[in-house]
Ligand binder design. Structure first.
Ligand code: HEM
Length: 179
């Protein structure tokens, strides 16, 4: 009895701090998204043939921004978002559509990191692509995600297969503690 009311108390407390999770999620994704748009533009300033000092400065700035700022912000956004899934019970079609576009954003994140690493490691052989491409690769998923989270469309026309909607009655191959 005491344990059940204790669990209820923890749950109530977690739900009361949803605004904090949401604020953290939004603050982190502003840094994440802003960084993904800024980095290709910073890279466009690269020109190893011009002044070596300036080239070194841009290379270091992009590296530090990616590793110490943009990637940690992405991790924090994903962790806070994962908590929000359960606290806000976001098991609805618009949310699953959002996750598909988050996956595309993560691919854009990895691609930008790959371009940065190539420019740093093989400056004489590697020309960064026109910044329009990486910026578009990040910007398009961002716009779709913002549209989905802000409009929260019902997406009723999406037909989910039955195996996604019903418990399958399967058993795990090991014992799990029952509550
Ligand atoms: C794995 C990554 C992510 C997860 C698991 C996640 C999950 C969530 C959840 C569960 C909510 C709460 C929804 C609600 O209160 O109804 C939320 C809110 C929000 N998310 Fe995410 N999210 C992720 C990434 C992103 C990204 C990349 C963006 C933007 C580019 C984003 C933008 C937002 C915004 C603006 C809100 C506030 C919406 C509102 O309160 O109406 N999220 N997220």
């Amino acid at each position: 009895m005491g344990t059940a009311s204790g669990q209820r108390g923890v749950l109530d407390w977690l739900i009361s701090i949803v605004p904090i999770f949401k604020a953290l999620h939004i603050a982190a994704l502003v840094i994440w998204c802003g960084g993904l748009l800024a980095l290709p533009l910073m890279l466009a300033q690269h020109d190893p043939t011009v002044m070596a000092g300036r080239y070194r400065l841009i290379r270091r700035a992009t590296h530090v921004t990616y590793t110490l700022c943009v990637t940690p912000a992405a991790v924090i956004a994903v962790i806070a978002g994962t908590w929000l899934i359960f606290l806000r019970e976001a098991f609805v079609p618009w949310f699953f559509a959002k996750l598909a576009f988050v996956a595309l954003l993560v691919v854009a994140h990895a691609w930008i990191g790959h371009i940065l690493a190539n420019v740093a490691e093989k400056p004489e052989h590697h020309e960064p692509p026109n910044p329009v491409f990486p910026v578009a690769a990040a910007f398009v998923p961002m716009i779709v995600i913002f549209t989905l989270v802000l409009a929260k469309p019902a997406l009723n026309w999406v037909e989910f297969p039955n195996w996604l909607l019903e418990p399958r009655g399967g058993q795990l191959p090991f014992d799990v503690p029952s509550r």
